[in-house]
Design a protein around this ligand. Structure first.
Ligand code: BG6
Length: 300
């Protein structure tokens, strides 16, 4: 008889303790470091939805290449963030993508039923050079889809500005043939050229070179159409109107750590974000949740 109720196992990926959750034909692996979704697949023979670099060997404290890194309390280079976000950090060398992807989160709760399982992780509260009182939780829910929800609660007595992203790496069949639907008509900043001038997206997003863009005014349903793997991955987002679209292409893949030289051909990132004009300013006592639900359907 096929087991349908969730099964949780403790497994290691290199030096990283992880939880592997199996539910029906779905399998999800989450590392405690960074509350980082490492992999997610549905169907034993299907390609994973989420791309994990084959060179990722799990070194403690080092950012994981692939999966779904959490960028928080800022996204990207701190110097590219609004001044109020920059001012929240008091150190000299701000790490790229914030402070929580290389640290161990605590597993707070496991809630399960016959058809769903939810893991709740909490980030450590004492982050270096970041003197603010917050509670940061990630809920990872697996049912007939995968749902990620990151909630920040301001426990301090002053307003807290922050930027963030669920930096999801997706597995695709071929970057030359996959495209992104849902961004037609939105504006984007090309971070490889000018961060100043907003350019209009016309039609679907196709990839022909290194791509690193911040889309603003993004709707809450995006999709990756993948004719090679004959599927469409949909992203339903919550609490976000910005998205970062990234593929390193040849040269940047070669200089990116734990990234195989040809890995750029089978991945792309759509990062559900709150960046630039979409950053969050949390009043004392208030909470904000940014979230995404991922599904895969057959490409019609
Ligand atoms: O190498 P990192 O820190 O994981 O960042 C990977 C990429 O993350 C993306 O979000 C950025 O837009 C890229 O510019 C960056 O290269």
């Amino acid at each position: 008889m096929t087991r349908t109720a969730p099964l949780i196992e403790h497994v290691d990926h290199g030096q990283l303790p992880c939880l592997r959750v199996t539910l029906g034909d779905a399998e999800l692996v989450v590392a405690r470091q960074g509350a980082h979704v490492m992999s997610y697949r549905r169907g034993v023979s299907a390609a994973p939805l989420i791309w994990l670099s084959p060179e990722e060997d799990g070194v403690k404290g080092r950012p994981i290449r692939g999966g779904a890194p959490i960028c928080w309390p800022w996204f990207g280079a701190l110097a590219r963030n609004p001044a109020d976000v920059q001012a929240t950090y008091t150190g000299a060398e701000p790490p790229q993508h914030g402070l929580v992807r290389g640290v161990e989160w605590q597993l707070d709760a496991i809630d399960e039923t016959e058809s769903a399982i939810e893991l709740t992780f909490e980030a450590p509260s004492d982050l270096p050079n970041w003197p603010h009182l917050v509670n940061l939780q990630l809920r990872v829910r697996l049912d007939d889809a995968l749902h990620l929800d990151l909630t920040t609660t301001n426990k301090g007595d002053t307003a807290l500005p922050l930027s963030q992203a669920l930096h999801t790496y997706f597995r695709i069949g071929d970057i030359h043939q996959a495209h992104i639907e849902g961004l037609d008509g939105t504006g984007y900043l090309n971070t490889l050229e000018s961060w100043e001038q907003k350019l209009p997206q016309a039609g679907a997003v196709h990839f022909t070179a290194e791509t690193d863009r911040v889309y603003l005014g993004v709707p809450d349903l995006l999709a990756i159409a993948d004719p090679v793997l004959e599927r469409r991955i949909t992203l339903e987002t919550r609490g976000s109107t910005s998205a970062v679209v990234w593929n390193p292409w040849i040269d940047k893949a070669a200089r990116t750590p734990q990234f195989p030289d040809d890995g750029w051909q089978e991945m792309l990132c759509i990062e559900t974000a709150n960046v630039l004009e979409d950053r969050i300013v949390l009043a004392p006592g208030k909470a904000h949740t940014v979230g995404v639900t991922l599904r895969s359907t057959t490409l019609d």
